[in-house]
Design a protein around this ligand. Structure first.
Ligand SMILES: [Zn+2]
Length: 507
């Protein structure tokens, strides 16, 4: 009975006194024992026979045949259940052990993944560091040598050496702030440039003042002057160190000068050989000439640019509107045709802005392109314009039509055409007049000039489109309708170098 309740019995051989194996192991015993064993075996046989009789005949025969053999534990239902329990326990233990091993493997893999090495570039050299590393760790592991900054006074004297920033870092082209240096964690593939650390300046009291930008002129071309850079105020700080008591003057914002670029346009003909030229007409509108000019331009499908006087625009508002309605560009030729180099700054400003306002009120076009009367416009004129214009447009070819008012003989007409074509190239600006000196001579010359230029592969464009063809002039300047940006300032002085150069060239 005990073996049935012993959970640890492996039980292929049933260790009962009734088994044949047991009997065989008893054989070598002394005769007394043997006879006791024989008797015991007999009793057991008798009990088994009785048990067998109580069971079925088949079972009886089967049990008898198998008695001396190793028994299949499944042959007996109670043993089968018992062994199933044992097997399940074994499987259970196996599953637990397997799970623990799997968990350990997964954890190991996870730890490796979290701490995996990734490639980076440090000061131009390839390196591998643990993902998530700080920049300090990268610096330590890659043996890059940098010097820390110092703790310094407002004027740069060292208070404590090596107590400044430990290093500077540029990551993927961006210079990091001290906070960004602390926060950055390596993700892999970063390009890092370490350099010596900045000084840390002592605490200080400060007062500030603005630094005015200058007006500067660059280039030597005659036909176009335009704003290529708007000015910005700078700032200067006067600092007094709280630790050292030293004082220092520091420029905290560099001023940015306003730059006027002077140039002529030489445009490369396109793949189709197209060349560009701008026809321009000054001093209008004129009720005598302008309508006839507009009809000629329409007949040839030509777009041109008209520089109107404010006074004439007031006199003939319908003509100014007609210029725009027919697709031409309308710009400013000042109010009353004053020579701007001969008047004071306030007059310059008024001549430009009053006329621009008249044109805006009459046509709705707020032009910031001017043509200065007589082409006279200097750096001083620009300074006086006060940021009211973006371009001053002169010319490359002067028809000198005003010399021949009312003369439309063949020779005069040919002279006007020849004058206009002088030094002609893609990017040329031709000067004629519809007001003032314009008239019959232009009405005769204009068709000949247009036909000649069209035959030579020229396309007629407005000044804005001609400037756009250059490809490097800001659109706000090309358009001729944009005003100074809100964050810009207009300078109050010409750059000292330009004043010195002007003085040198006039002597
Ligand atoms: Zn004029």
């Amino acid at each position: 009975m005990e073996h049935r309740t012993n959970p640890y019995d492996e039980g292929d051989i049933i260790p009962t006194p009734m088994s044949g194996e047991h009997r065989e192991r008893e054989e070598p015993l002394a005769s007394t024992s043997r006879s006791r064993a024989t008797q015991s075996a007999r009793d057991a046989a008798a009990r088994r026979a009785a048990n067998a009789r109580a069971g079925s005949g088949t079972k009886q025969g089967s049990a008898r045949q198998r008695r001396p053999q190793r028994r299949n534990p499944n042959d007996r239902p109670e043993l089968s259940v018992q062994n199933t329990i044992r097997r399940r326990r074994k499987i259970g233990i196996g599953v637990i052990v397997g799970s623990i091993v799997t968990a350990i493997l997964l954890l190991t893999a996870l730890l490796f993944w979290i701490n995996r090495p990734v490639p980076i570039t440090v000061n131009g050299q390839q390196a591998e560091v643990r993902i998530g590393s700080t920049l300090r760790e990268v610096l330590h592991e890659t043996d890059v040598s940098v010097e820390p900054g110092n703790y310094v006074t407002v004027s740069g004297n060292v208070i404590q050496a090596n107590q400044g920033r430990a290093f500077n870092a540029v990551v993927n082209g961006n210079r990091l702030t001290p906070e960004q240096i602390e926060d950055l964690r390596i993700q892999g593939t970063e390009a890092i440039e370490f350099s010596d650390g900045d000084d840390i300046i002592e605490e200080f009291n400060a007062s500030s003042e603005s630094i005015e930008p200058y007006l500067r002129m660059e280039g030597s071309g005659y036909s176009l002057q335009y704003v290529s850079q708007w000015a910005r105020m700078g700032e200067r700080q006067y600092r007094t160190g709280k630790v050292s008591g030293e004082t220092a003057e520091v420029i905290t914002v560099e001023p940015r000068d306003c730059i006027i670029t002077c140039r002529d346009l030489y445009l490369e003909p396109g793949d189709d050989g197209v060349k560009y030229v701008a026809l321009t007409f000054d001093d209008g509108p004129s009720d005598v000439n302008t309508p006839q000019y507009l009809d000629i331009l329409d007949r040839y499908g030509v777009k041109a640019t008209f520089y109107n006087l404010g006074e004439n625009t007031q006199a003939f508002p319908e003509l100014a509107r007609d210029v725009i309605a027919r697709g031409h560009q309308l710009c400013n030729h000042t109010m009353a045709h004053n020579q701007l180099t001969a008047v004071d700054s306030q007059t310059i400003y008024n001549e430009i802005t009053t006329s621009a306002d008249v044109i805006a009120q009459t046509t709705g076009v707020q032009t910031t392109h001017i043509r200065p009367p007589y082409g006279d416009f200097t750096e001083r004129s620009w300074l006086a314009s006060g940021g009211s214009i973006t371009a001053a447009v002169r010319w490359t070819g002067d028809s000198q039509d005003w010399r021949y008012t009312g003369l439309n003989d063949t020779e005069t007409v040919q002279t006007i055409v020849d004058n206009s074509l002088l030094n002609i190239h893609s990017g040329s600006i031709i000067l004629m007049h519809d007001g003032g000196g314009g008239g019959a001579q232009d009405i005769a010359a204009l068709p000949k000039l247009i036909e000649r230029l069209q035959a030579d592969g020229y396309t007629f464009v407005t000044i804005s489109d001609l400037m756009r063809q250059a490809g490097d002039i800001p659109e706000e300047v090309c358009s001729g309708t944009s005003t100074m940006p809100q964050d810009a300032v207009w300078p109050k002085e010409i750059h000292p170098d330009d004043i010195a150069a002007a003085a040198a060239s006039s002597t």
